[in-house]
Ligand binder design. Sequence first.
Ligand code: GLN
Length: 279
Amino acid sequence: MKKNKIAVAVALCMAAVLTACGGTAKTETTKAAGAETTKAGAETTKAGAETTKAAESSAAGGKLVMVTNAEFPPYEYHDNNDIVGIDADIAKAIADKMGMELEIQDMAFDSLIPAVQSGKADFTAAGMTVNEDRKKNVDFTDTYAQAAQVIIVKEGSEIKAPADLDGKKIGVQTGTTGDIYAGDIKDANIQRFNKGMEAVMALTQGKVDAVVIDREPAKVFVKENAGLKILDEAFTEEEYAIAVKKGNTELLEKMNAAIKELKDSGELQKIVDKYITAE
Ligand code: GLN
């Protein structure tokens, strides 16, 4: 039912053409909307090219531009020249459902929300935690993952629980919720790094006493570096969602519909299972 609705929306979009839908209508889109529209689609491309400005806003051009910070395994990371991971796969599945192409761009974590706000990107999927401050700047889709900030320490560390972090040197990734919430720790000396992995390296080198970071990347980093462990007690519990430009309800609703389908069909779980193996 939902699927049909999307197909109809795509068809309408293509028929209504061209100002709204802009440039590069995709073959898949055309297929979804039926053979009849193939020609219209081809014409769309031309019309779209003329209205170059619309092509700028990539959502209108048959292509969705996603920004992420590909330093965050298993959600997004580099695999040779590709950006892969749970978020990349989910975004691809959403784009497929919307009959659109997906382009992924990599940038610093704290540039992601500005890129969405300025319209440089259509959305960010970056293991991004929903929080009230960010909600002032972007709109979040329904959440798609439970997450947590955890604490990584060296084995044998005297830090055994979040309460032991007071007065300690704490490594975080700039602009993340780990960075934000570590600010609440009493007398903490916060050391900021561009990449989570760099914070972890600082921990192995004894430059910080602990790292506050998301649970799944923490597991990956601890596995890759001997002598580290994750404390049992999490620092915070949180949830991830995709962020779109404030007020872009059209995209938000389409993405939410796709996310619901992915959840209901079990496809989302399949993607997670591909990257996170149960212990
Ligand atoms: N979940 C954290 C946040 O939203 C970290 C995300 C990340 O580093 N990609 O701030």
